[in-house]
Design a protein around this ligand. Structure first.
Ligand code: MSP
Length: 640
């Protein structure tokens, strides 16, 4: 089956920003997804380079329109690879092939009588590059550009769009998936209840020269939309190239709600007039706001994708955008929410599951995939959930519900983390008679990781490659063939690599690199030790201790120390605490436990790591045993 996905071609009057990146990440993700579902997929993006706005921007920059469009188009092209976005074609409306095909289409449509010449007067907004109706104005101004539109009266060419109105209504009604999500389909149908006006498709060259000349009247150039929309077919070689036969009408367009009308009304009626089948589906998403405010150059809150990638990496940005926005609705971006997802979903949930599992295979199974024995109820439950995830993931991805697809994946990650705690492989490892059980538990974890990486391949390609490399998988992802349980070969070498995702502090820096506070050795620490030994303190002394419940969300051995573990705790804000428990606990077995900490100790540096507090533990004949609470309680609860 063929699949052809496109993004809007972006105006080159602005540099790439988060909104452009979102549509393009969605297109890349869905194209990768279709490919791993064995579909023949193609992905096109590009730039829209004609029109008044471009000339205005070029003049502002003091360069010729051609120099200007080359520069900004180059920025768009260069913005995508760092986000792991790999289009098959990057089209520009200034490409010669595109210009020729647009002209030959204009001639055909003119010859068949669907383009005519007429007088037009109206209120034209330069910013929108279109005539506005009286109804659209707010206090006489264009609502988007806060300026009054200019009254213009001129002769122009018109496309007989009204002729195709009934056909379009029928087509939308007969093909419920033509415009999705449904809210936008309803919006278009309700707009089509009123009679459609014909579409003005030209500008006189006295007013605009930066456009494609009309072949039948060189005193005019095409108005942006008749030029721009045709990119979707010129990019695959309409009318006679093999690619056109292969990918049309399998086309699915991704746009935001701002350009719904041109795509849902102008484009299908144009195709119908040209005599080409309509595209298959139109996918309409909402707008990204920044901290609940509209993104705008004037406000100065435009988010540049390149800066996010430098700080967080491509996979985190891709995951965040797809997880945070419900496709079709608006969403709000903030660095805080990106950071929270990085630390919680990626570093804690996925990253920990991955590193704990591999470390245990290294420790208990000699760095090899063990052989699975009979599955217990708990193994079977995780295996069933992981296999069911594949189907759920496919269904949600096919419906463009990326956030739900990722929720399904994270539900299994959570389940697998709990499975580790429930099955405590470190306990099983203490008794050799449990060898088969231990092998089965570790196999179940590795196989779950394999299925997780299979789903993540489309969303976070770099992470999936790293996971597969550690699991010793060297075949490309194939959701249809590899979505079954039990495909990992026993005896395969496992490599424990770097952590998948670093934990980051508020400034988006890796935590390890954080400037440490000056160490405070000695006195105060001794004083708190005296709480244990003296036994005779006043109540006032006791209340000076701030004891809190904290959850261990990450743990790792401190290099060159047999005794120390570096713990990341949530109490509820995150803090690092160094604990001398490495001889009694492996890092993987304490994640998820709630312990009691002294929260108000002055920071102290131990083996180069600053500890912000102390974990309480009991020292018995059995060794050191961590403190805990008898029932789960909110992190940060005061112990008194
Ligand atoms: N050139 C036309 C499209 C022609 S397509 C044949 C155009 N260009 S644009 O540069 O203004 O891009 C609009 C598109 O950019 C939106 O439809 C959407 O894909 C993306 N976004 C721009 N701002 C956005 C947000 N704030 N949020 C989400 N996406 C947005 O219109």
């Amino acid at each position: 089956m063929s699949f052809y996905i496109t993004t809007p071609i972006f105006y080159v009057n602005a540099k790439p920003h988060l909104g452009h990146a979102y549509s393009t990440i969605v297109a890349d993700t869905i194209c990768r997804f279709k490919r791993i579902c064995a579909e023949d997929s193609r992905f096109q993006t590009g730039t829209d380079e004609h029109g008044d706005k471009i000339v205005e921007a070029a003049t502002g920059a003091g360069v010729s329109p051609k120099e200007y469009v080359d520069r900004i188009s180059g920025m768009f092209r260069a913005a995508w690879p760092p986000l792991s976005i790999e289009p098959d074609n990057f089209i520009r409306t200034t490409d010669q092939e595109h210009i020729q095909v647009v002209q030959s289409i204009l001639q055909d449509v003119y010859d068949k009588g669907d383009i005519y010449f007429s007088e037009y007067s109206g209120l034209y907004c330069n910013g929108c590059e279109r005539f506005l109706t009286e109804k659209e104005l707010v206090d006489g101004n264009c609502p988007d550009h806060q300026k009054p539109p200019a009254p213009i009266s001129e002769q122009n060419y018109f496309f007989r769009m009204s002729k195709y109105q009934d056909w379009l209504i029928d087509h939308i009604k007969n093909n419920p998936e033509f415009i999705t999500p449904e809210r936008y389909r309803n919006e278009v149908l309700s707009f089509l209840k009123e009679p459609l006006e014909d579409l003005c498709i030209s500008r006189p060259t006295s007013r605009l020269t930066w456009g494609i000349p009309l072949p039948f009247d060189t005193n005019f150039v095409t108005y942006v939309w008749f030029d721009a929309l045709i990119n979707y077919i010129t990019g695959i070689g309409y009318p006679d190239k093999d690619l056109f036969a292969r990918y049309w009408p399998a086309a699915e367009h991704i746009i935001a709600k701002d350009i719904l009308k041109p795509h849902a009304i102008f484009w299908p009626t144009m195709l119908q007039s040209i005599g080409i089948a309509p595209y298959k589906r139109l996918h309409v998403h909402g707008y990204w706001n920044i901290n609940e405010t509209k993104m705008s150059k004037t406000i100065g809150n435009v988010v540049r994708p390149g800066e996010l990638v430098d700080e967080f990496g491509a996979d985190t940005v891709r995951y965040f955008l797809l997880r945070e926005m419900s496709f079709g609705l608006d969403a709000s971006f903030s660095t805080e929410s990106l950071l929270a997802r990085q630390n919680s979903d990626l570093a804690n949930d996925l990253g920990n599951l991955f590193s704990r599992s591999l470390t245990m295979v290294a420790r208990f199974a000699g760095n090899q995939t063990p052989k699975q024995g009979n599955l217990s109820e708990s193994d079977q439950e995780l295996a069933d959930a992981a296999v069911a995830m594949i189907e759920e993931f496919k269904a949600q991805m096919n419906g463009f519900a990326f956030h739900k697809a990722l929720q399904a994946v994270w539900a299994v990650i959570g389940r697998a983390n709990r499975y580790i705690v429930e099955n405590a492989p470190w306990e099983l490892a203490k008794d050799p008679t449990n060898a088969e059980r231990l092998a089965t538990v570790l196999y179940t974890l590795l196989e779950t990781l394999r299925l997780l990486a299979l789903c993540l391949a489309a969303v976070m390609p770099g992470t999936a490659v790293k996971m597969n490399a550690s699991l010793g998988i060297d075949t490309g992802p194939d959701l249809l063939q590899q979505g079954r349980w039990g495909l990992l070969e026993p005896g395969c070498a496992i490599t424990v690599g770097e952590a998948l995702f670093p934990r980051m502090d508020k400034k988006g820096k890796k935590k390890e690199k954080k400037k440490q506070d000056k160490p405070q050795e000695g006195k105060k620490q001794k004083k708190s030790e005296s709480v244990d030994t003296d036994g005779m303190i006043s109540f006032d002394d006791f209340t000076k201790l701030d004891l809190r419940v904290a959850e261990i969300v990450a743990a790792e051995k401190i290099k060159k120390s047999d005794r120390l573990l570096k713990l990341t705790l949530k109490a509820p804000e995150e803090r690092t605490v160094v604990a001398g428990i490495a001889e009694h606990y492996g890092p993987e077995e304490i994640i998820g436990k709630q312990v009691i900490i002294v929260a108000n100790l002055k920071p102290a540096k131990l083996m180069g790591v600053t500890s912000h507090g102390m974990v309480l533990a009991a020292k018995g004949e059995e060794g050191l045993v961590l403190s805990s609470v008898s029932r789960p309680v909110s992190n940060g609860s005061k112990v008194s």
